[in-house]
Design a protein around this ligand. Structure first.
Ligand SMILES: *[C@@H]1O[C@H](CO)[C@@H](O)[C@H](O)[C@H]1NC(C)=O
Ligand SMILES: *[C@@H]1O[C@H](CO)[C@@H](O)[C@H](O)[C@H]1NC(C)=O
Ligand SMILES: *[C@@H]1O[C@H](CO)[C@@H](O)[C@H](O)[C@H]1NC(C)=O
Ligand SMILES: *[C@@H]1O[C@H](CO)[C@@H](O)[C@H](O)[C@H]1NC(C)=O
Ligand SMILES: *[C@@H]1O[C@H](CO)[C@@H](O)[C@H](O)[C@H]1NC(C)=O
Ligand SMILES: *[C@@H]1O[C@H](CO)[C@@H](O)[C@H](O)[C@H]1NC(C)=O
Ligand SMILES: [Zn+2]
Length: 658
């Protein structure tokens, strides 16, 4: 029995450690941690690591003497089955050694203000690279401190050993919400008396669902752990990818989960690729292969993408067949690359064609693995590439490292179409998986640059339209599952128009706000109306005027202090706020809006909204309704026949023959 004092402390601890600003370890409200924690789902045969931790707080409300129990025991039982030790159950011949470390955390904002971090000593064990093959529920039990127990129930989903789709293309509009899609439609497509004369390609999808984006241990997500949920079926902690976060100091030792491309490569030997308008080491593209708690470890993550996890035995994809995006700073030898090495050379050694501009991309052979890195950092956005191309000269982003601007740039469409050509050529009968990300919907929403965000959303839609056409030409459309979704939202919506001329000429902030036309005064979209002397030549399905006098009045649910004038910034992305102050440059003719975020926040942040999931192709019928982000993975993996009853592993030669 627990002493009364212990029982009280544990009770207090349980309430102190749930749903709060700071967490000792989000997935572990008690002093014994099973990771993966309770309520996790697995694809049959999906490989993963299991970590157990026993915490011994030295001080703070949970203080228990500070000596962690090293004699803890761990068991697992399938429903109705025998309880076995973890080692016996998984046939592990050598018990892993006990690891020990310490970490500290703040119990709340008062403790942080006072600089009083609580210290915790830890004893831990990790069982690496195991898998569960039989569908059903499993109970994992950790016993520690003689009388304490932590259990986790895990569910192995049904077997899915047969492929229903040959290819899968997953489009991710980073930060894209239904509200943004609605606004993009208004800008790119004309209405007559309340009826659209043309529609988005997205509007043609036969199936639409909704997914919930939250993290495993907080209700807001970032792009790392949401990407991980989409690619592995396992939610994680903010900044973590391909792992459940543990409390150890090592950023690469956390318990891993196998991702969709690792599974695909191991089981079917399929080709795979990633395309992004962000730098390639950014969360959404890199999470396909990344296993770390810290998304900012860019250099090591490019190394993982090419050569796999190097510290532990782990299924390895052999590297992407196609990798197109920005982020030359993580490939060029120097401080941004892993151990300062030249990753252009390392990819070339492995047989990749290397393209540093659009001309080279188009000329790259479809039969070879292809790396295309077209600039440093993120690709300049669609509006700057197509509407205000003179802005490209303001960058020093040439991917060769030369101190000049990269100007021969592909967009999402060019990269995606080329990726399909290469993947189609290289994949043979085993098909391919492609992830294509419109990254700057999110990045531009962060800086409240609504037009640039919507321009990239229209570019995504245009890319999807071109993808359908390309797949049809290749005879692959009906063999390809196309899914379009987002990883999270931003609280953006449109609520009227703004007469930007009137606004800029009013003397005070309050008078400027009279320029906003609501309800019947919102009029009709002026973005689709040709204006004398204005011609952007960006084709159908895009605005013919990005800078009309009557602009959309739009805004964010959460935002930093800023100055609003609703007009596009013609010279580059908006800078709303600098270290908590309205930027001296932000819309000097606009009115001040006091934000809702912590005062030192320079940008907007993600929002809670569910995001849409569009589907077309084999298995499309499984994507209707409302579901969890992890279900996107399970639906895709099931459609690809990745839920296996045995450890199906192609030999290395079968893999590299592809
Ligand atoms: C806990 O102990 C550590 C190490 O002695 C100390 O730095 C910290 O301030 C203590 N925290 C509290 C809340 O007392
Ligand atoms: C599956 O087989 C591979 C290759 O034989 C092996 O390296 C790996 O450890 C096995 N995985 C599991 C979970 O048994
Ligand atoms: C583990 O691998 C990462 C790169 O993937 C590397 O940065 C780290 O130093 C390695 N850790 C150990 C202990 O080797
Ligand atoms: C594009 O890349 C090719 C091959 O690397 C190079 O020869 C050419 O000069 C580049 N073009 C521009 C405009 O930078
Ligand atoms: C417009 O963009 C340029 C380039 O990023 C920046 O210097 C300027 O401050 C921006 N103006 C506003 C109003 O944000
Ligand atoms: C914004 O907040 C500051 C105080 O933080 C206040 O002085 C100022 O008047 C507010 N401005 C507006 C436009 O509400
Ligand atoms: Zn973001």
């Amino acid at each position: 029995m627990l002493s009364m004092r212990r029982a009280f402390l544990l009770l207090a601890a349980a309430s102190a450690t749930t749903a709060q600003t700071y967490q000792r370890l989000g997935t572990c409200p008690t002093l014994g941690c099973v990771i993966p924690p309770d309520q996790q789902d697995f694809l049959p045969g999906q490989q993963f690591d299991i970590r157990f931790e026993v915490h011994a707080p030295v001080n703070g409300s949970e203080a228990n003497g500070g000596i962690p129990d090293e004699a803890f025991s761990v068991t697992i039982a399938k429903d109705g089955g025998q309880t076995k030790s973890i080692a016996e159950f998984f046939g592990i011949t050598e018990e892993p050694a006990i690891e020990k470390w310490s970490f500290s955390w703040y119990e709340d904002l008062y403790a942080k203000d006072a600089g009083e971090a609580s210290l915790v000593h830890v004893a831990s064990k990790i069982y690496r690279r195991v898998a569960l093959y039989e569908p059903g529920d499993y109970t994992v039990t950790l016993k520690y401190y003689s009388t304490e127990t932590t259990t986790a129930t895990w569910t192995v989903r049904p077997l899915a050993e047969h492929k229903r789709a040959k290819n899968v293309i997953l489009f991710v509009g980073d930060g894209m919400t239904t509200n943004m899609i609605t606004a993009a439609r208004l800008l790119g497509h004309k209405t007559v008396n309340g009826k659209y004369q043309s529609l988005l390609k997205l509007d043609e999808f036969p199936v639409l669902g909704h997914q919930m984006t939250h993290s495993i241990d907080s209700f807001m997500t970032d792009s790392a752990n949401s990407a991980s949920a989409l690619y592995s079926g396992h939610k994680s902690t903010v900044n973590a990818m391909g792992v459940y976060a543990d409390s150890s100091p090592d950023l690469f030792d956390d318990p891993k989960v196998e991702t969709i491309v690792e599974l695909l490569r191991r089981i079917w030997g399929s080709a795979w690729g990633a395309v992004s308008t962000a730098f390639l080491a950014d969360a959404t593209p890199i999470a396909l292969t990344a296993h770390t708690r810290s998304r900012g470890t860019y250099g090591p993550l490019i190394e993982q993408a090419l050569n796999g996890v190097n510290n532990y035995s782990w299924p390895h994809t052999g590297g992407p067949d196609v990798y197109f995006g920005g982020g030359a700073e993580n490939f060029l030898p120097g401080s941004g690359s892993y151990k300062g090495q030249d990753y252009f050379a390392k990819f070339a050694e492995k047989g990749y064609s290397i393209s540093l501009n659009k001309t080279a991309l188009e000329a790259a052979p479809d039969s070879e693995r292809a790396l295309g890195v077209f600039c440093k950092s993120n690709l300049p956005v669609w509006i700057d590439r197509n509407v205000f191309p003179e802005n490209l000269n303001s960058y020093t982003n040439d991917p060769s490292g030369a101190k000049k601007a990269a100007t021969d740039l592909p967009g999402l469409k060019e990269m995606t179409l080329k990726a399909i050509d290469v993947l189609h050529k290289r994949s043979g009968n085993e098909g391919f998986f492609l992830m294509s990300e419109a990254a700057s919907i999110d990045k531009q929403m962060h800086v409240l640059d609504y037009q640039r965000a919507l321009g990239d959303l229209l570019e995504l839609d245009d890319t999807i339209r071109a993808t359908f056409k390309k797949l049809e030409e290749l005879g692959e459309l009906d063999h390809t599952l196309i899914v379009v979704t987002a990883d999270h939202g931003h609280g953006f919506d449109v609520f009227g128009n703004a007469d930007t001329k009137y606004l800029s000429e009013q003397p005070t902030d309050r008078e400027k706000r009279s320029a906003v036309g609501i309800y019947q005064n919102s009029g009709l979209s002026q973005y689709t109306v040709e204006q004398e002397g204005v011609s952007y030549n960006t084709g159908s399905n895009f605005p013919v005027n990005w800078d009309p006098r009557y602009a959309i009045a739009a805004g964010m649910g959460a935002s930093p202090d800023r100055r609003e004038n609703y007009q596009i910034n013609r010279t580059g992305s908006r800078i709303p706020n600098t270290r908590g102050y309205v930027s001296a440059f932000d819309n000097t003719d606009g009115f001040v809006v006091n934000g809702t975020l912590p005062a030192d926040e320079t940008q907007g942040v993600h929002s809670l909204t569910d995001v849409p999931v569009y589907a077309r192709g084999p298995c499309q019928e499984t994507f209707g309704g409302t579901f969890n982000s992890i279900d996107v993975f399970f639906k895709i993996a099931t459609c690809l026949g990745l839920g296996q009853s045995t450890n199906k592993t192609l030999t290395d030669s079968a893999c590299s023959a592809k």
